[in-house]
Design a binder for this molecule. Structure first.
Ligand code: ADP
Length: 461
């Protein structure tokens, strides 16, 4: 029996239908839990927390190692589930499984490295001890665009730190989350430690935020929902991490090898059908190489095979959004070099759009579709100012071979992440996180586990 056949309810009654963006067919149903159910799950998690926080770090680490092995052993099955419910092509889905598992492996090791400190106090005989303790039960809410990796990136550090977790995946992609929970059970995590809940997002969000016993909330998704969860968590003063939208500038300086730059940009852009908050959103190209670069981009984009190299957009709303953005840009003077229309269902043509200007909505909003919006620039100071002229602050990219330019841009770009001569910055070792309307908090790296740990200071005389 496949994992999918065991987690799919298959009954429509009261449950949530999951529609595949590949063919608009219902592929199955996920539970629509009631408020009473979620309260029972919280109660169970609170009980589990009492035991989990006392487990030895090496025990937590061993369970994470086992979970990682099972995830990797089931790569094909898990990738098929992502392909079905999210639509991304299989090779992207497989990369996501490897990326998702890398967090489990990494935090299995980080669990055993949590270290406090000891020092002499401010007077003779006084001892100062600083130690770390799990923040307590954690709630997490995740999106549909990386239905596996956004989950492991939260669950793994929470468990490593000694926190239990209740996680609500997107209603559009619940099966990847349920499959991970299924494998976690096989790995031997005790009951109540990992709890995946599916159902009405508003009701579940409110219940989790309002419950004082849950001490931390971690969210990845839109800025508007992030703000709402922040407000809802104020009364119970939860710790909160928010990984929200982006509006990444991708700056191509005049000294680059254009061909190599395009070889990096295109896979970075079309990964996950361009539906990533780190996706290059505004392509700034130096005026002296603008025509040549945009022509080469268009000839490369024209070769991308829809359905084979790139999947569909998640739903009709995503299609409507990109169509509106393109029509606004055209009405303000932009020209389409290639693509620009819907091929079928929600499969959108890879599009290069030139002569874009900063007054267009394309400049202000996250496109979340395979559209390269190309802007001209003349000077480094000018491009820094324009790149920073956004409420968002997640990823940014610089392509240059000049060390002074690289230094200047990496210092002055007001973003949490700067990719230099690379368009793929997602990495379990990197401190992933944004600023401004892109949120706050860090995922991955040696810092990620501290999002789930409280500091305790002990003064002894
Ligand atoms: P996107 O636009 O990428 O779908 P959303 O912020 O709408 O981003 O969704 C991200 C996650 O937030 C999903 O799991 C979704 O179900 C959840 N969500 C949406 N609205 C709410 C809400 N009012 N309260 C709690 N969670 C919500």
């Amino acid at each position: 029996m496949t994992i999918f056949s065991q987690i799919n309810i298959k009954e429509s009654k009261n449950n949530i239908p999951v529609i595949s963006p590949l063919n608009q067919q219902i592929i199955g149903y996920a539970k629509n839990i009631s408020n009473a159910d979620i309260i029972k799950i919280i109660d169970k998690a609170i009980d589990a927390q009492k035991i989990w926080k006392k487990t030895h770090a090496s025990e937590r680490s061993k369970l994470l190692i086992r979970w990682n092995q099972l995830i990797l052993e089931h790569t094909d099955e898990l990738a098929n589930i992502i392909n079905l419910e999210n639509g991304k092509i299989l090779s992207d889905a497989k990369s996501e499984i490897a990326y998702g598992a890398s967090f489990v492996e990494w935090f299995a090791s980080e669990a055993t490295k949590i270290q406090g400190s000891y020092s002499e106090g401010s007077k003779t005989g006084q001892k100062i001890i600083t130690k770390y303790e799990p923040v307590g039960p954690v709630a997490a809410i995740t999106p549909w665009n990386f239905p596996n990796a956004m989950i492991t990136r939260k669950i793994a550090p929470a468990l490593a730190a000694g926190c239990v977790i209740i996680l609500k995946p997107s209603e559009l992609t619940p099966f990847s989350a349920l499959a991970l929970e299924y494998l976690a059970k096989k790995a031997g995590f005790p009951d109540g430690v990992i709890n995946i809940v599916t159902g009405d997002s508003k009701m579940i969000g409110e219940t989790l935020c309002n419950d004082f016993r849950i001490r931390k909330i971690s969210f990845t998704g839109s800025t508007s929902v992030g703000k709402l969860l922040y407000k809802q968590s104020a009364d119970s003063l939860k710790r909160i991490s928010l990984e929200l939208g982006g509006n990444a500038p991708f700056i191509i300086c005049d000294d680059v090898n254009i061909e190599n730059t395009i070889k990096c940009l295109i896979p970075g852009k079309i990964r996950s059908s361009s539906q990533a908050c780190t996706s290059p959103n505004r392509i700034f190209i130096h005026n002296s190489i603008y025509e040549k670069t945009t022509k080469m981009l268009a000839s490369n984009f024209e070769q991308i095979k829809i359905g084979q190299d790139i999947g569909p957009l998640i739903d009709q709303e995503a299609v409507d959004k990109v169509i509106n953005l393109i029509s606004d840009a055209k009405s303000k003077g932009a020209t389409i070099l290639c693509g620009g229309t819907l091929q079928k269902e929600t499969f959108f043509e890879p599009t290069v759009i030139v002569n874009c200007t900063d007054d267009m909505n394309l400049f202000k909003e996250e496109i979340f579709a395979p559209v390269l919006a190309c802007y001209r620039f003349d000077t480094i100071d000018e491009v820094i100012e324009r790149a920073n002229n956004t409420e968002y602050g997640l990823a940014s990219y610089v392509f240059s071979n000049n060390s002074k330019t690289i230094q200047d841009l990496s210092d002055k770009l007001d973003f949490g992440i700067v990719g230099i001569n690379t368009a793929i910055i997602s990495n379990y070792k990197g401190a992933f996180g944004g600023r401004k309307a892109s949120g706050f908090g860090v995922e991955g790296s040696h810092l990620g586990i501290y999002e789930y740990l409280n500091t305790k200071y002990i003064c002894e005389e």
